[in-house]
Design a protein. Sequence first.
Length: 261
Amino acid sequence: MGQQGYDPVELADVVARAVVRGEARRYYRFRCDRWYGGIATADVVGCNLRCGFCWAWRYTWANYERAGSFYSADEVCERLVRMARRRGLEQVRVSGGEPTIGFDHLVKLMECVTSSGLHFVLETNGVLIGAREDYARRLAGFRGASIEVRVSIKGTSPEEFHMLTKARPEAWRLQLRALELLVAEGLKPGDEVYPAVMLSFTDERGVKRIKRLLASIHPALASSLDPEYVILYKHVEKLMSMTGLKPRKAFRPHEVPDELV
Ligand code: SF4
């Protein structure tokens, strides 16, 4: 990695070689949890960013060549639907690492989940959607089919993005570009597509800056901003002690306010 940082679009191709096999993708966990009011979740292995606060860093970037097992989209769909039905949940999500690595797998999974009548939440850092215009077009093909794309932006500026991820600062704009493209392709802003922003490492000026930028794409993106803060799990604290990141605001796992769950 050069002084200016790695290119997360190029890194996605490197990671894909280890976590995508044909139409199958590596996953490390299936679970039901409290977020979104209760949701069945599949966690993918591998990411194209290297966030110094990542809650899943042992699977997203430290050990992605070996972690987890390969599953086809049908196998993941079947597990998620079964888990959701058993617990009386109406929504499922893919999270963990970056689900847009292995995009054909993702689209097939979304087709299967939405045809089962469940709501699908895609959590993404947005970099590949911003870099590859056909991704936004294919995701927009699901408009009206009970989906939401949550683009989780790392930091409020290119400099903050670089500090958090060690990636090239310019790549931060790809996350905003993802929102632009998804809205332009017809996903409803503030509903089918909305931003989350990691705010643990910024100040009031940073919050104002990102809100202004989001509003310039569409006012509903600024008003639907979902704030993200670091949760101080032991393995996250260990990572931050290695990467030297010091959050201004963070929560212990049992102290996360209800409005953030
Ligand atoms: S984008 Fe998300 S999954 Fe990827 S390294 Fe950052 S926090 Fe972890």
